[in-house]
Design a protein around this ligand. Structure first.
Ligand SMILES: [Cu+2]
Length: 621
């Protein structure tokens, strides 16, 4: 490969011919490898991802990022192991380090890579660092300098890890075709035990990467010690993903905006053949479910003959429920349905029916996402098949040796907020005179000017390590949005100005804000406590986790200054630097060529620039 690269630079006058040759070679090289991104048959028995366990405080992960086109002409992306398996579940203990090496084996892109050069990135970074009085120049760029259609990086969702280069940094990290990059992710010693996950997070490319299936689970071990009800239970990790509906029928009514899959077995429209989950009669299992879809909102329910069953919830977004009151003991919460925003996780105990005659299903209820939202109709995901000889899951909760400990975020239940910030979701047509023009999405501190996300924007919020703050997040649009905060969890306090029920006062990294009806004098909102305790400083991001919205602007940077700094928390909108470049409505700040034509595979018809997706995918028809 290196020799080919040298040859290419020498023969620059034959540039396009050379790129084509590299693409062809890449395809030939892949043919000797296991086929990328395998999928299971619809209606098949649930399959678990391969499991990797840390040893002596370290977990080595070696993955290759690959792509292919499936029989429905959908582009798949995947994190492959050398043995042909994909998306391993990473099992770690608090305090462990994940050494995550990723090789990007995507074919190189064919077109112009980006209009935003490495030099411009560095100049902009220097200006921001100067304005913010801390140096982040060492993190810019991180990996490759110029984003293109093949770029990837990895976000370790929910983990309370450092947002620095080679850790959980998503603003500047780029791993381009042909590049190998290593992360060393230090899981804090006080990380709550539970379900986290990893996925690509390159702005403009995240939705397609997630729909392609590139995501996997992370389990921080120890739930059995925090909530003894889980100890000894068979354990299943269930990853719900989404993808374009074959044939791209117009969403609406019973037609979903996206199809769903469960552990890589599709559950396609219109018949939704459920995945089979074997259980023994009356058996209890711990189901650890991640909504790893790009855009689809779930509302999970287990029904026996159409009747909702109690789900004993022990963890939300990786944090044991009810565990932060000083007792270091989790408290089980009983729910009959669990709303799961894109990227949210729920861990709950399911009891199988005692008879195989019961029609037992895991399903998602329909979501009213608002007049401009996607179509997320009710549909089954899995059928529980009861038999005395049912095959047991390959995992069992075995944490008897684990100790209880003072978990991260415990102090957020008692800290006194120094400031209340109000932020809001908004969206506008890029061309107000053209209803079919793409939508621009924003998340904005109240009082500031809405700007589309750009990696070189100044921070929208500047705060300080150790700060305790209350944030109110409003939805001023007519579709649901899903707030996600990187690096920290938040304590849910209020919804629409009303304190939440004690069972809902939990630590989350995801929270939905439902759509505004267009007439009410107040906007739907929630209030949460943000505690910037711990070691992590630098540039965090917050965004909507409907990735079609995030890719189109709905993300912003918050800078957490070290606490020895003389800077103090600034009020809303008072970030110390002006935007480096104004974001003109409808003008992409940089353009991304999303064609992957060098693979020789067909380029999906839906490809456009990242800043201008097909309107049908963001606006209901
Ligand atoms: Cu959104």
């Amino acid at each position: 490969m290196n020799k080919r690269k040298v040859a290419c630079s020498i023969l620059s006058f034959l540039f396009s011919v050379c790129i084509l040759a590299m693409g062809t070679a890449a395809v030939r090289g892949q043919s000797a490898n296991p086929p990328p991104c395998p999928r299971f048959a619809a209606g098949s028995i649930i399959k678990a991802a391969p499991d990797l366990f840390s040893d002596d405080g370290k977990l080595y992960v070696n993955l290759t990022y690959r792509t292919t086109i499936d029989q429905n002409n959908n582009t798949l992306f995947c994190f492959m192991q050398n043995d042909g398996t994909q998306s391993p579940t990473l099992h770690v203990h608090p305090g462990d380090t994940i050494i995550f090496t990723l090789k990007n084996a995507l074919p190189p892109p064919t077109g112009a890579a980006s209009t935003f050069s490495a030099t411009k990135r560095q100049e902009a970074a220097a200006a921001i660092a100067n304005a913010g009085k801390i140096s982040i120049a060492s993190t810019v760029p991180c990996g490759d300098a110029v984003q293109n259609a093949s770029s990837v990086n990895v976000h370790y969702h929910g983990t309370n890890t450092s947002p620095t280069c080679h850790s959980d940094e998503v603003i500047h990290t780029l791993i381009n075709s042909g590049t190998t990059f290593q992360y060393q992710l230090h899981i804090p010693a006080n990380e709550p035990p539970g379900l986290y996950w990893y996925h690509p997070h390159v702005h403009g490319l995240a939705e397609k990467a997630l729909q392609g299936g590139a995501s996997g689970a992370i389990i921080v071990q120890g739930i059995g010690a925090i909530n003894p009800e889980t100890e000894g239970l068979p354990e299943r990790i269930l990853m719900v993903r989404d993808n374009p509906v074959p044939g791209n029928p117009t969403p609406g009514g019973a037609v979903p905006s996206w199809d769903l899959s469960l552990n890589y077995a599709p559950v396609p429209f219109p018949n939704y053949p459920p995945v089979i989950i074997p259980m023994r009669p009356g058996e209890k299992q711990l189901w650890r479910v991640a909504n790893a879809s790009s855009d689809s909102i779930l509302d999970l329910q287990v029904q026996f003959n159409g009747v909702a069953q109690p789900l004993r919830v022990v963890g939300l977004d990786g944090v044991p429920t009810g565990s932060q009151d000083g007792t270091q003991t989790g408290k089980t919460i009983v729910k009959h349905d669990i709303l799961l925003a894109p990227a949210a996780r729920a861990e709950f105990i399911v009891t199988a029916p005692t008879s195989s005659l019961v029609n037992a299903q895991l399903l998602t209820l329909g979501i009213d996402t608002g007049p401009f939202g996607d179509d997320d109709p009710q549909r089954p995901l899995a059928q529980i098949k009861v038999s005395k000889t049912a095959e047991e899951p390959n995992l069992t909760v075995q944490d008897a040796g684990a100790k209880k400990f003072r978990m991260r975020w415990e102090s957020a239940t008692t800290c006194t907020p120094s400031i209340t910030r109000t932020l809001y979701f908004s969206e506008v047509l890029s061309d107000p005179t053209n209803p079919s023009s793409p939508t621009n999405f924003f998340i904005t501190v109240d009082g500031a000017t809405p700007v589309l996300f750009d990696a070189n924007n100044p921070p929208a919020i500047v705060t300080q390590q150790g700060a305790c703050e209350d944030w109110i997040i409003q939805n001023r649009t007519q579709e649901n949005h899903e707030f996600h905060q990187h690096q920290i969890h938040f304590l849910l306090l209020e919804e629409n100005g009303v304190p939440v029920a004690p069972d809902d006062r939990q630590f989350l990294d995801m929270k939905q804000v439902v759509f505004w009806d267009g007439v009410s004098p107040t906007f739907p909102s929630f209030k949460a406590r943000m505690s910037f305790e711990g070691h992590d400083i630098g540039d965090f991001v917050y965004h909507c986790h409907i990735l079609g919205h995030e890719d189109n602007g709905m993300m912003a940077i918050e800078r957490v200054l070290p606490n020895e700094s003389k800077n103090t928390a600034k009020p809303a909108g008072a970030a110390p630097a002006a935007p480096l470049r104004a974001a003109a409505k409808g003008t992409p700040l940089f353009t991304v060529d999303t064609s992957l034509g060098a693979s020789g595979a067909p380029v999906p018809a839906a490809s456009g620039t990242a800043s201008q997706p097909p309107a049908a995918k963001t606006n209901k028809k």
